[in-house]
Design a protein around this ligand. Sequence first.
Ligand code: BTN
Length: 318
Amino acid sequence: MRVLAPGETISGAALAARLGVTRAAIWKQVATLRAAGLPIEASSGAGYRLLWPTQLLDRERIVAAIADDDSPAAAAPVELHWELDSTQDELARRLGELPDLAVVLAEQQTLGRGRRGRGWHSPPGMGIALSCLKRFGGSPAALSGLSIAMGVSVVQALASLGVPDLCIKWPNDVVARGGKLAGVLIEISGEYDGPCIARVGVGVNVRLPAAVAASLDQPATDLASLCGGEPPDRNRLAARLIGHLRRGLLDFERTGLKPFAEAFAPLDALADARLAVHGVQDIREGVGRGIDERGALRVQTERGVFALLSGEVSVRRR
Ligand code: BTN
């Protein structure tokens, strides 16, 4: 992958010589990358080429860009792994050891997880997959608005890099032009009445391979399509996301949901939309009416307005 990342054609023989392996081993490796969704073209004679050149993640460049951005907690650790099962699981394994606002990034995840038991595809070079750790003194219940705060933080990070047309589908799917661009998974562990630890995982589609898009159960989009074929540099993007997430976590601890709720309102993709709310037992219909002070979605039905807390239900536009 490292050799193919610049998008130049390289022969199987040259690849084998460069990596000190047989041509059969190269063929196998290319097949694995293709199975992960990477568009690798092979032409007899010329060799292999990644159709979309990409920058691989580089920890030094990410850390330097975080410092350039003047982000808070710039000294907190940033770890980059070539491959993990899931950055969320890596944080979970190391809760006792990692300090607040530590970030773990993976170039690829083998068992990436989304909300509501879904998977999250993370082929190498095609997206951003990262998780950030934050301890809170209060109870997990006090973090009900964190989903909204983190969705807003991701949108602000992307908007600061010029990504157009962003909005949020409650609670925190980042969508643009009708497709999902990024998702946030928040997992909380701790005592019923506090303290607790939040792991905030963010996945962004930089280039979504067609095979991956086709396997998803909802429309998706990527930064390449939104940015006229030229997505932002992945290292800059990772740094920007880290900076905004850390600032968002610190601000949320200080101020709670209120300022994030204000920022959420104009981004709310479900405002005034006709919705079908899929609960465990039933499907209810109504109209989206923003969020309440806990970050719950307000839905107006014939029988009045009710509020949905995230995790309970999935919501679809009708
Ligand atoms: C969703 O919209 O369903 C949430 C997707 C969250 C994906 C990210 S990728 C980094 C982190 N590690 C995971 O396994 N999941 C989150």
